[in-house]
Design a protein around this ligand. Structure first.
Ligand code: NHR
Ligand code: GAR
Length: 215
């Protein structure tokens, strides 16, 4: 059965675009039912409209608590009966209640080789630490910020001449490969987070997640 997907964004939505493109190319047995943004000016909304995907804007500034914002999101999102929630550059921390509501069926992509560099400014932090490699990770979302179990990871090398901007560009290219890949594997029922942890075809994920080029 084709899976129903709702994507949450705050900005440019290039990862949303990569997932839309993979769906159009027949690589994902899924359909984006709606795109929700907490910012009315997010360019990703334009991308969704260009593909005739319904859009929703809920401004977090219109709510007086995280709880009431998240409740309003749940109410809107659930009208689409999603099988999977995809955070694609969504920049609001989610309450435990929201996370529990979509437990085991929500992904985030984070621009670091988790568990390294949770939080923000990951590219500069990797450079400052003198790391030789960096990358991005798709993980299932848990109540712990950037702390849910890792699913798929992609690496890039850090070269001497790299700046935070150049590194961000390199990482973005890999994000656009591994996010559609993770969504595809979830939609085909191969990638699962259950009591047994994260498994791919029944095989337990390494702590760092599966390396994308080894799948
Ligand atoms: N929520 C939960 N419960 N767990 C996660 O793992 C989450 C999450 C919400 C978002 C994405 C995450 C990232 O990949 C994500 C993972 C925003 C912040 C943040 O500090 C931190 C991590 C992530 C996203 N947000 C500020 C806030 O007060 C606002 C910052 C802004 O608006 O620019 O919510 O890195
Ligand atoms: C991506 O690089 C993603 O890893 C990062 O935001 C960018 C969104 O790009 N996510 C976070 O930093 C979450 N805190 P996009 O809007 O073009 O997909």
């Amino acid at each position: 059965m084709t899976k129903r997907i709702v994507v949450l964004i705050s900005g440019s939505g290039s990862n949303l675009q990569a997932i839309m493109d993979a769906i159009d190319a027949g690589q994902i047995d899924g359909r984006i039912e709606a795109v929700l943004s907490n910012k009315a000016e997010a360019y990703g909304l334009e991308r969704a409209r260009n593909s005739d995907i319904p859009t929703l804007v809920l401004k977090h500034t219109d709510f007086d608590s995280r709880e009431s914002f998240d409740q309003a999101m749940i109410k809107q999102i659930d009208t689409y009966q999603p099988d999977l929630i995809v955070l694609a550059g969504f920049m609001r921390i989610l309450t435990a209640e929201f996370v529990r509501h979509y437990n085991g069926r929500m992904f985030n992509i984070h621009p670091s080789l988790l568990p390294k560099y949770k939080g923000l400014h990951t590219h500069q932090r990797a450079i400052d630490a003198g790391d030789k490699e960096h990358g991005c990770t798709v993980h299932f979302v848990s109540e712990e910020l950037d702390g849910g179990p890792l699913a798929i990871q992609g690496k890039v090398s850090i070269d001497l001449e790299d700046t935070s901007e150049s590194l961000q560009q390199k990482v973005h290219k890999v994000e656009h490969i591994i996010y559609p890949q993770a969504v595809s594997l979830f939609c085909s029922g191969r990638l699962i987070w259950s009591d047994a942890g994260v498994t791919l075809d029944g095989k337990a994920a390494p702590t760092q997640g599966f390396q994308h080029d080894q799948i």
